[in-house]
Write a protein that binds this ligand. Structure first.
Ligand code: FMN
Length: 155
C-alpha cells in the first residue's frame, strides 16, 4: 500500500518554534509508525498542490497581534478555494505558540477549518506563556497521534 502523506505546514521563526516543529516531526516518525511519510513546509512554501497530496495535515503557528502568523494566513489565502471541494474531511491538527494568549488565533483557525470542512481530530494545542519543555512533549504527542491515526486508517 502506498505510504500515507502527512503534511506539516508550520511557521517557525524562532529557536523555540523550531523546537516545536522538530517535536511534531519526531512524534510522526516514531518507530511504531509504519507507513506514513511526513513532510514539513513553512507556510510561505506550501500551497494547494501540497494539500491535494496530503492525507492529513498539521498546522502550526505563532500568535502575533492577536491572530495567526501572516505566513499561515497567506497559505490559506492561496489554498482555501483551490482545495475547498476536493479536500473536505481532511484530518487536521493544530498547535499554536502564543507568548501570552492564543485565543484569537484559535478562533480564527476554527472558523477557517469549519469553512474548509477539514476534520479536527485532536484538541488544538496552545503552548501559552513562558517557554516550558512540556510544549515539546505536547507537540510530539500531536505528531504521533496524527501519524498513528493515518497509519491505522482510523480518521
Ligand atoms: C509583533 C509580535 C506580536 C505578538 N503578539 C502576540 C499576541 O497577540 N498574543 C500572544 O499570545 N503572543 C504574541 N506575541 C508573542 C509570540 O507569540 C511569541 O514570541 C512567538 O510565539 C515565539 O515564541 P518564542 O518567544 O517562545 O520563540 C507576539 C510577538 C511579536 C514579536
Amino acid at each position: 500500500m502506498p505510504a500515507k502523506q502527512l503534511l506539516v505546514v508550520a511557521h517557525a521563526p524562532s529557536a523555540n518554534t523550531r523546537r516545536l516543529v522538530d517535536a511534531v516531526l519526531r512524534g510522526a516518525s516514531h518507530d511504531d509508525i509504519e507507513n506514513v511519510k511526513t513532510r514539513w513546509l513553512p507556510p510561505l512554501e506550501a500551497g494547494p498542490d501540497d494539500v491535494r497530496q496530503a492525507d492529513g495535515i498539521i498546522l502550526g503557528t505563532t500568535e502575533n497581534l492577536g491572530y495567526m502568523s501572516g505566513a499561515l494566513k497567506d497559505f490559506f489565502d492561496r489554498s482555501y478555494y483551490p482545495v475547498l471541494e476536493e479536500k473536505q474531511g481532511l484530518p487536521c491538527a493544530v498547535y499554536i505558540r502564543a507568548g501570552h494568549d492564543g485565543t484569537g488565533t484559535r478562533r480564527a483557525l476554527e472558523s477557517i477549518l469549519t469553512g474548509l470542512r477539514w476534520k479536527l481530530v485532536q484538541d488544538i494545542v496552545t503552548c501559552r506563556g513562558d517557554w516550558q519543555d512540556q510544549f515539546e512533549a505536547d507537540c510530539e504527542a500531536l505528531g504521533l497521534y496524527m501519524a498513528a491515526g493515518l497509519d491505522n486508517s482510523i480518521f
